[in-house]
Design a protein around this ligand. Sequence first.
Ligand SMILES: Nc1ncnc2c1ncn2[C@@H]1O[C@H](COP(=O)(O)OP(=O)(O)OP(=O)(O)O)[C@@H](O)[C@H]1O
Ligand SMILES: [Mg+2]
Length: 321
Amino acid sequence: MLLTLAAERKVLFVGGKGGVGKTSVASALALARARNGGRVLLVSTDPAHNLGHIWDAHVSDAATRVFTAGGHVDAVEIDPQATIERHFAAVTATMMKLLPERLHRSAKAHLELAKTAPGSHESAVLERIAELIDQGMDRYDLVLFDTAPSGHTLHLLSLPEKLTGWTESLLASRSRSDRFAAAARGLIGGEDPQADADSELRRTLIARRDRFARMNKTITDDTLTGFVVVTLAEKMPVAESLDIVRQLHGLGIDVASLVVNRRSPADAGAFLAERRKHEDTCLHELRDRLRTVPMTELPLLVRDMAGEDALEELAALLTAA
Ligand SMILES: Nc1ncnc2c1ncn2[C@@H]1O[C@H](COP(=O)(O)OP(=O)(O)OP(=O)(O)O)[C@@H](O)[C@H]1O
Ligand SMILES: [Mg+2]
């Protein structure tokens, strides 16, 4: 079921409460999809990355091939600082063209300060997500996001609309000043060396606005994008999953699948059997509340998820489920 979903959609977000198995499930799903011939881009948005650990490879902000078989898996650990540096380098270059030389030093100092402004990391992560979705649409069959524990991710996904609005108002004020500048040029005559830099800044803003708008459209289109909620059959994770589902509905993002991880075996002693019974009660509530969302259960495994063998085991279970 989950593998079918991964074949049908272009973008999947894997999310849930801290420690429930998001990274393990996202990685196993990536591997299973690649074994099926898919080209997968696996992206960690969590500042506390561990894709590198689980795939036993060096993973960075640039896509790195971590698995080849049939298709392949390229992995990215989003580094917001790298995005911020790229963004500011571009803005600085444009600003320098716009401003007279005597102002360069103070403008640079100002931009340096802006790098650390509150929210700059968040919007950089979002910008990189939008960029990777854009690139992924062409070059990959599936872009799979391993996200940070719930609250953080949902907050991020609610940002593109706000950011689009922000760019829009900047553009509006720019086009006002553009008109003044054009009128002034008309009066005085001759070339304006600042005009090129100015329209460059405009183009950058428009490109950014368009990218966020495209992302918004993609992630709210349930033929393209789905959210996979990973949970455990325990009271707190179930409650939190219901909360996540509610927030996703609010954002217009399709809750495509539930994965209940680490299910205890019924046939491995009285203790675990008793535990399984308790889990059944919790699951019952979850099923009851979310009747239409397909659910996949994964067993508690003996070892934890690091290295290819463990991933293969979980991928095989996902494929069979
Ligand atoms: N089915 C399973 N059986 C046994 N151990 C598991 C299983 N799934 C995950 N684990 C282990 O549980 C731990 C947490 O898993 P994982 O890192 O995938 O969770 P996460 O939701 O990504 O955590 P975080 O919120 O910190 O990013 C890891 O040590 C992993 O190896
Ligand atoms: Mg994780």
